[in-house]
Design a protein around this ligand. Sequence first.
Ligand SMILES: *Cc1c(COP(=O)(O)O)cnc(C)c1O
Length: 350
Amino acid sequence: MNEMNIIPHSKPFIGSSEIEQVCKILASGKIAAGTQVSLFEKYFSKFMGLKNAAAVSSGTAALYLALLALKIKNNDEVIIPSYVCTAVLNAVTLSNAKPVFADCNSDDYNISAEDTKKKITTRTKAIIVPHLFGLPADIKTICSFGIPVIEDCAQTLSADCYGKKAGQWGEISIYSFYATKPFTTGEGGMALSNNKKYTEFIIDYINYDEKTDLEPRFNFKMTDFQAGLGIIQLKRLPDFLKMRKIIANKYNKAFSEKGLLLPVSYPEKEHTFFRYVIGNVAKIDKKLSAFQKKGVTVRRPIFMPLHLYLKKKGFINSEKAWNTSISLPIYPQMTNKEIDKVIEIADDIL
Ligand SMILES: *Cc1c(COP(=O)(O)O)cnc(C)c1O
């Protein structure tokens, strides 16, 4: 198969305004963190309806710094789902806290509020709630437990969620602008909060120069040309999200009669379709390679549940999701021809 004909799992959209803007910033000679980073922080926090922002070098860095801002330290327990990428576990491990896993829901794959509640002890100091695949988690319930919550919005930006937006519930929310995320700066991340003390802590932490003390600090800064790219991408985000919905609706229609577990919809939570995940699929390894042979890149939505890395047992829904879910290609500039090809081949294989 010609590489050009393979439909990727996801793909960033970079237009000519992005290229012009980045070139302009490079030509200005001011390329490290400066005015563009400040502007990006201002526009993005305004878009998200939160007061304070700290732009950083990645989503993982934002998660790690959010934990430090909450004063998480040795032997504190931090609850995270098992069914999520290792970035979340890495941030907890790096902060020296003890990760405690919660299982996911069986139908929408987000962290189970019920299991989270069961895992709370006197040592629980934070809960990280990732909103997976574009769908907000049960954040309203989890915030009612009274433990500080970090919302991981790397996959789910600004989705309506019980009268607010995903990202507006926790103490701190974090974002990733990696190439495949809802919009991109190549690599990059942000932490937002209505509480200034958290973002001020992060901004101080990532700026080591001209300090009179030797408190631990580390450079996790974003550059001005990444921020300039982010400012243009952010303007396109509403259109990106619209396109994702159109594609998901086509998939929903095409697969509705096949007895598969399609993305769940809730009246009070908006699905923004970062991923289009289908569950209840048997023999997925065979099916993934069948898709690849036909030139369509289909993936496991999560590479491996975290509890399996640590040889832990008892996360039934996470294991079922891992064994029976697949993620179809979805990205804003997918052409009708590509969408039709995915539908035709999926119809054949599933
Ligand atoms: C991508 C992602 C991250 C990590 O972001 P990076 O920018 O790649 O470090 C964290 N959490 C979730 C849910 C993600 O999807």
